[in-house]
Design a protein around this ligand. Sequence first.
Ligand SMILES: Nc1ncnc2c1ncn2[C@@H]1O[C@H](COP(=O)(O)OP(=O)(O)O)[C@@H](O)[C@H]1O
Ligand SMILES: [Mg+2]
Length: 237
Amino acid sequence: MTLSVSGLHAGYATASVLNGVDFTVADGQSVALLGRNGMGKTTLVRTICGLRPPAVTSGTIVYDDVDITRRPSHLISRAGIALVPQGRRVFGSLTTLENLKVVPRRRGGRGEIWTVERVFDFFPRLAERSGSMARSLSGGEQQMLAIGRALMTSPSLLIMDEPSEGLAPSILDVIQDRLEGLRASGLSILIAEQNVDLALDIAEHVLLIDDSGTIAWSGLPEALRADDQLLERHLSI
Ligand SMILES: Nc1ncnc2c1ncn2[C@@H]1O[C@H](COP(=O)(O)OP(=O)(O)O)[C@@H](O)[C@H]1O
Ligand SMILES: [Mg+2]
């Protein structure tokens, strides 16, 4: 169940953003995608997940030996790739429970099977808020719900787009702990982040995307942590 992105060019009517992106996420691997604001992290994860815009101009996205480039999002979900979108995007006027129940389930996949009960075991806070409208949840609870909705598809690759954005440190600890649990369970993870500490904690491998629209550097978290120039140039740290 490897994800391979090769020579990917993609963007919008007004601008090309990705100009030859190459990387792989191996089965069971956790990979962090880092880069300054506006470098194309969201563009890349939306492209992988078949969301429009952006549009692919050339290159290929292969998952589990199947070419999924330009496939519609529901088929990519069925192939086992789930996205936790930037900004969470839960249904505000549905309850927590309804938000989980409306997710189209995947049958016959190879990922672990997730149910509402299992999501509630995983995030007990969501069980407590089961009957509450999603719009009334805190930011952290909405993030848990967004992750829960992605897990309801029983994915084999979980992609998260800035899950830490706008969250209080106490909630961040909970989310980080749960993501470590998912990684330990063998789920493949691709996490786009600006929070370098969180990303490097979860990831076994790091990709840096820059304004050339390519992966400017890739390597081990330890190597990035030890390289002040790299941190300064790509992440303003
Ligand atoms: N819907 C859109 N239409 C046109 N340009 C967009 C759209 N979404 C993002 N962009 C542009 O694409 C570039 C990359 O944005 P994005 O992928 O959101 O970066 P990141 O997630 O790394 O912050 C930015 O220059 C942004 O302005
Ligand atoms: Mg983004």
